[in-house]
Design a binder for this molecule. Structure first.
Ligand SMILES: [Mn+2]
Length: 322
């Protein structure tokens, strides 16, 4: 499949690239890496994401060229959908994408469906960017420092700074190669981890205040409400990574972060360590993800959803251990 996709990238001229709403480091980095490689091959490229690139990722080469609207979709020969478990994860442009002749789908989520004509889903890879690296080798194409910075950042963020179970020897070898191509680990870490606004720290402080432990500390959760965002002058993007705080508690087997979407919908992010498969838990509610990181949305008020999910998580720990 990698060779087939490499051939498609060589044979076509006009590409539309798209990734998921609420873009993370892998989404923005994968878009940037593929867009820059294709441009280097002389191709025409438009890279799309429905939502704004979060502030801490705007240093990435190409991030400022990502567009938020697609015009004349039928002019593209190929659409490449990156890091999306389902086509509707693209958001409002999912419909528009159907007008493109061919869809290539590249992802590493274990729950990813086959919505493209060509589907490359590799759950054993740390990130979508890691899969792209293999495609770039198959083309083959030499990587510029700008491409390398996109790949490195995508891997760094999707592995939680090389801490999660998806960090393999191969992941580290690719990251090392990116550094040898000119990426500065200290520079990237500074952009991503040491660039919090005072407003965001205030939001984190308020969210930490909601920390709740259940089932003898094996379930740890915190939340952010609309009101907290309003009062601190922040947005949902600013909650990125907050789930890692309950996850860091030594007794926590499942960490949960609740984000109030509106009056009757809540986004639920799940993290686990070791054997518990939270993607399975997320699937019960129509969500998806990876073994140790998953998410879903649930109807109801924030307090209702928190109560319901905390109870279910306690039951899941007892019944779901593999
Ligand atoms: Mn990813």
């Amino acid at each position: 499949m990698i060779a087939t996709i490499a051939q498609e990238l060589k044979n076509n001229e006009r590409f539309l690239l798209a990734t998921h709403v609420n873009p993370d480091g892998d989404a923005v980095g994968s878009l940037g890496a593929l867009a820059l490689v294709l441009e280097g091959m002389g191709k025409q490229v438009v890279a799309y994401c429905q939502d704004e690139v979060p502030e801490f990722l705007r240093f990435l080469p190409y991030a400022d060229r990502i567009v938020r609207e697609i015009s004349a979709p039928d002019r593209f020969e190929v659409a490449v959908v990156l890091d999306c478990g389902a086509l509707d994860r693209i958001g409002s442009a999912a419909e528009v994408l159907q007008h493109v002749g061919k869809i290539i789908h590249i992802d590493h989520h274990s729950s990813s469906g086959d919505f493209g004509q060509l589907n490359l889903v590799r759950p054993e890879c740390s990130s979508t960017a890691e899969i792209l690296y293999e495609i770039f080798q198959a083309i083959p194409v030499s990587l510029t420092p700008e491409v390398a910075e996109n790949i490195y950042t995508a891997i760094l963020t999707d592995t939680g700074s090389f801490r999660f179970a998806n960090t393999t020897a191969r992941t580290l070898a690719i990251a090392a190669e990116m550094v040898s191509l000119g990426v500065g680990p200290e520079k990237v870490a500074g952009e991503i981890y040491d660039s919090m606004s005072p407003e965001r720290i205030e939001l984190l402080a308020r969210s930490l205040d909601t920390l709740t432990l259940r089932s003898d500390g094996r379930v740890a959760a915190m939340h952010v409400s609309w009101r907290m965002l309003e009062e601190t002058g922040t947005s949902f993007i600013d909650t990125d990574g907050f789930v890692n705080y309950p996850r860091a508690i030594s007794t926590a087997e499942i960490a949960i972060f609740f984000r109030e979407m509106d009056a009757d919908e809540v986004n639920v992010s799940l993290r686990s360590r070791g054997g518990l498969n939270v993607a399975e838990f997320a699937r019960i509610h129509g969500g998806g993800g990876h073994h140790n990181a998953a998410a879903f949305r649930l109807g109801g008020s924030l307090s209702e959803v928190v109560e319901k999910v905390l109870t279910e998580a306690g039951e899941f720990i007892v019944g779901g251990r593999q």
